[in-house]
Design a protein around this ligand. Structure first.
Ligand SMILES: [Zn+2]
Ligand SMILES: [Zn+2]
Length: 266
């Protein structure tokens, strides 16, 4: 069986990734992938919001670099996308971004619990110690639910990113995600199986087997992504992610073209 599309790839424009899109594309072909999508961290309305994304005036350059990879590797399907941060109040900005280029999909990700705290940022790890993990996880799920309800995203990224540093509440966390998954089902958003978690302290795919089992029961579709920040990570552990998806009952994944979805057999 061929691997599914790797829909979560970054570029050096976000300031914490290496390698040009053409290098990611070459690696994808070497790994036997037939479809990939670039989804770099989207610009914010204000360039000084943080320091780990492209600036707004680099957006056209980003699109040009992806187009170059498409032109150089016509045998590989290469999608043009963004990983967009969801923060309440940013909806208008996200709609404006959507109108700037003919995107194939948007991954909506929650990294920020407040304007000043990106919970996956290792430089802000100490913030976790001031908070009750259950309160953080609950607030995280609330934002994720708002992201799914917004209808702005084809895919919701790394749904249980809160586990990145392996800081868990004592309670079972999967039930916290039910409301989010029901919202995703209603709005038609997919969730991604993101293999970057395997490379972090939590040592498991985002989301967990328990959440993915619930997602399947509720009827939420899926996509796959390595979250590669270097060409060597393209397609990383997608075989494991496919095995996980199949083991909870998934038989299909989605692909996107100009924000229209299509099902693929897994
Ligand atoms: Zn990143
Ligand atoms: Zn992310």
């Amino acid at each position: 069986m061929p691997l599914p599309a790797d829909y979560h790839l970054h570029t050096p424009l976000c300031r914490h990734a290496a390698g040009e899109p053409v290098e990611y594309a070459a690696q994808a072909i070497a790994r036997g992938l037939t479809e990939i999508g670039f989804s770099d961290h989207s610009p914010m309305a204000r360039d000084d919001f943080d320091d780990w994304r492209m600036h707004l005036d680099q957006l056209d350059d980003y699109v040009a670099r992806v187009r170059r990879a498409q032109a150089e590797f016509p045998s590989l399907t290469i999608r043009l996308a963004l990983e967009v941060d969801f923060l309440p109040g940013h909806e208008g900005w996200i709609r404006e971004l959507a109108g700037r280029h003919p995107w194939d999909y948007f991954i909506g990700s929650v990294h920020y619990l407040s304007d000043g705290w990106d919970i996956d940022n290792p430089l802000k790890l100490s913030r976790w110690s001031d908070r009750d993990p259950l309160e953080v996880w609950t607030a995280y799920c609330d934002r994720l639910t708002l992201a799914a309800e917004s209808g702005l995203f084809e895919i919701i990224g790394h749904a249980d990113l809160a586990k990145k540093f392996a800081i868990y509440p004592p309670q079972d966390t999967a039930p916290l995600f039910r409301r989010f998954l029901e919202a995703a089902r209603r709005s038609g958003s997919a969730i991604e199986l993101n293999t970057a978690g395997l490379r972090k302290d939590c040592r498991e795919i985002y989301p967990s087997r328990a959440i993915l089992t619930l997602a399947h029961e509720i009827g939420v579709p899926i996509t796959f992504g390595s979250d590669a920040h270097s060409p060597l990570e393209v397609g990383a552990d997608l075989d494991q992610a496919v095995a996980l998806a199949r083991s909870v009952g998934y038989t299909e994944s989605l692909r996107f073209n100009r924000r229209r979805r299509e099902s693929m057999t897994l």
